[in-house]
Design a protein around this ligand. Structure first.
Ligand code: SF4
Ligand code: SF4
Length: 95
């Protein structure tokens, strides 16, 4: 098991009371962390969360919070979602 993934997923939280079950988080999550049923989202794969922040950005009722990581993958995904350049601030290592 990858311990860094476990550590990263610790900042993800879901306010089920606020969730309206739209499914946006499940749609955008690249690691199938969520399942949506009965009008509510549920975290079913916290250990897979890499803290990209996509779910929190797309939740219409701000039921999700996560502290985005600073890894390359997270920066690239956020860049795609926001239409901006990857925000890693790196030295072009992935170029
Ligand atoms: S932060 Fe990214 S990987 Fe983690 S649950 Fe949200 S969309 Fe999925
Ligand atoms: S995006 Fe937000 S409101 Fe929609 S299912 Fe996910 S947690 Fe619930």
């Amino acid at each position: 098991m990858n311990e860094s993934y476990l550590k990263n997923g610790e900042t993800l939280s879901l306010d089920m009371g606020a969730c309206v079950g739209c499914g946006a988080c499940a749609d955008v999550c690249p690691h199938a962390v969520f399942a949506v049923s009965g009008g509510k989202a549920e975290i079913v794969g916290r250990e897979r969360c890499m803290e990209c922040g996509a779910c929190a950005l797309n939740c219409p009722v701000k039921a999700l919070s996560v502290t985005p990581g600073v890894g390359c993958a997270a920066a690239i995904i956020i860049g795609k979602l926001t239409g901006k350049a990857p925000s890693c601030g790196g030295d072009g290592c992935c170029g």
